[in-house]
Design a binder for this molecule. Structure first.
Ligand code: S3P
Length: 431
């Protein structure tokens, strides 16, 4: 179904938005709750399709998970409490779920088959499968384990030392989950620092982990203990409204309790560098990860160069940064971001194609894109490519368009932000 978006919004965007829970942390809270002994209570869990698929998979693995109105309760029985599932595990659209699940199942001495949707069937899995095989897991799949369906027979693992060929928090996390169950020590070396929610969670669930710069060490045979997790708002979801407020005139949007983990805040640094008015007020009570209020006001933006170590700190925000760049004076160059090609869709191609349709001056490069601003966006027929972040980026871009925008595949937003369009509608001020 095609959705007509809010275009030609000449009025201000104003209001407070309750940003939904962080997707990365919500997935991990279920997984660690399942691996731990005892009860884990999760507040502000993201009820988006990806994280609901995580609950469904762990239920099929025999874990009791209750969905109470305001919290999710996981009753863990330790690693050995998991049971061989009678059915295939379906990860839906979630790359995080499948990659972390592979690490998890590598240590479980039973057989599992894992599938996902059309998108997942095209995403590379050998980056996780290869090191897990080195640790002792038996994994088979199409193209020697590169693509789903995958079949896993887990069992006794041994710790390894592994230098990640790509900066990926998903691969790192899969190896940490396997390493926790292995015999001996696992050492992981990252080429760039990536999001470290798994490391935080291991400590929060009573485990031990040593981090020396980009070298991470974990001892095998660790048992974890259930706990309470407060999931902060997802900065990757907030990013869409941060961009909207910066671009639209006379705007101010306030987003309380958003996660401010250093490894995720690249969007704040980049927007400030572009000249945006971004205020951050940290919350006093710090849960397991820092959080605070982000306030963004209308700003005049300028183009910048983005590349190197900041890329993993904003990898999921590149589609919306590309839109921001169309509304900035001068040229923005995004490089070192070839990983975008293997996200939910090829995000370099999708962003360039759809923003071009709306009238942007943007070109793809091998590892990113070049955007010339400031462009007068018009309107037209665009599509989400079944990618939630492309869908939301186009939802925001439409605000700056002079003519109507029709979005095909708008329902993709349910992956990480089910009420995105309601929230957007609420901050648009009546003329
Ligand atoms: C994620 C890691 C990133 C990110 C994804 C979520 C995670 O992927 O793009 O949306 O929760 O670990 P990579 O690890 O593939 O970079």
């Amino acid at each position: 179904m095609t959705q007509k978006l809010l275009s030609n919004v000449k009025t201000a965007l104003q209001g407070t938005i309750p940003i939904p829970g962080d997707k990365s942390i919500s997935h991990r809270a279920i997984m660690f709750g399942a691996a731990a002994h005892g009860k884990t209570v999760i507040h502000n869990f993201l009820k988006g399709n990806d994280c609901l698929d995580t609950i469904a998979c762990f239920r099929k693995l025999g874990v009791k998970i209750e969905d109470a109105a305001d919290e999710i309760i996981v009753y863990g029985n330790g690693w050995e409490g998991l049971k061989e599932p009678k059915e295939v595990l379906d990860v839906g659209n979630s790359g995080t779920l499948i990659r972390l699940l592979l690490g998890y199942l590598a240590g479980c001495s039973f057989h599992t088959v894992v599938i996902g949707d059309e998108t997942i069937s095209k995403r590379p899995m050998r980056r996780v499968v290869n090191p897990l095989r080195e640790m002792g897991a038996n994994i088979a799949g199409r193209n020697d384990g590169e693509f789903t369906p995958l079949s896993i027979r887990g069992g006794l693992l041994k710790g390894i030392e592994y230098e990640l060929p790509v900066a990926s928090a998903q691969v790192k996390s899969a190896l940490l989950l396997a390493g926790l169950q292995a015999q001996g020590k696992t050492t992981i070396i990252e080429p760039e620092a990536t999001r470290d929610h798994t490391e935080h969670m291991i400590r929060q669930f009573g485990g031990a982990i040593e981090v020396n710069g980009q070298k991470i060490l974990i001892e095998g045979g660790q048992q974890l203990k259930g706990t309470t997790v407060h999931v902060p708002g997802d900065i990757s979801s907030a990013a869409f409204f941060m961009a909207a407020a910066a671009v639209m005139p006379n705007s101010e949007i306030v987003m309380p309790h958003v996660g401010l983990n250093e490894r995720r805040t690249g969007i704040i640094d980049v927007m400030r560098q572009m000249g945006a008015n971004v205020e951050v007020v940290p919350d006093e009570i710090i849960a397991s990860e820092p959080q605070g209020t982000i306030i963004v006001r209308s700003s005049s933006l300028k183009g910048i160069e983005i590349g190197g170590a900041i890329i993993p700190r904003l990898i999921d925000e590149i589609p919306i940064i590309a839109f921001l760049a169309t509304q900035a004076e001068g040229t923005t160059v995004i490089k070192d971001a070839a990983e975008l090609k293997v996200k939910e869709t090829n995000r370099i191609d999708a962003v360039v194609r759809e923003l071009k349709t709306l009238g942007a001056h943007i070109e793809a490069t091998d590892d990113g894109m070049i955007i010339h601003g400031k462009a007068a966006l018009k309107g037209g027929h665009v599509r989400s490519h079944h990618d939630h972040r492309i869908g939301m980026m186009l939802g925001i871009a439409a605000l700056a368009c002079s003519d109507p925008v029709y979005l095909k595949g708008a329902d993709a937003v349910t992956i990480s932000y089910p009420n995105f369009f309601d929230h957007l509608q609420k901050v648009v001020q009546p003329k």
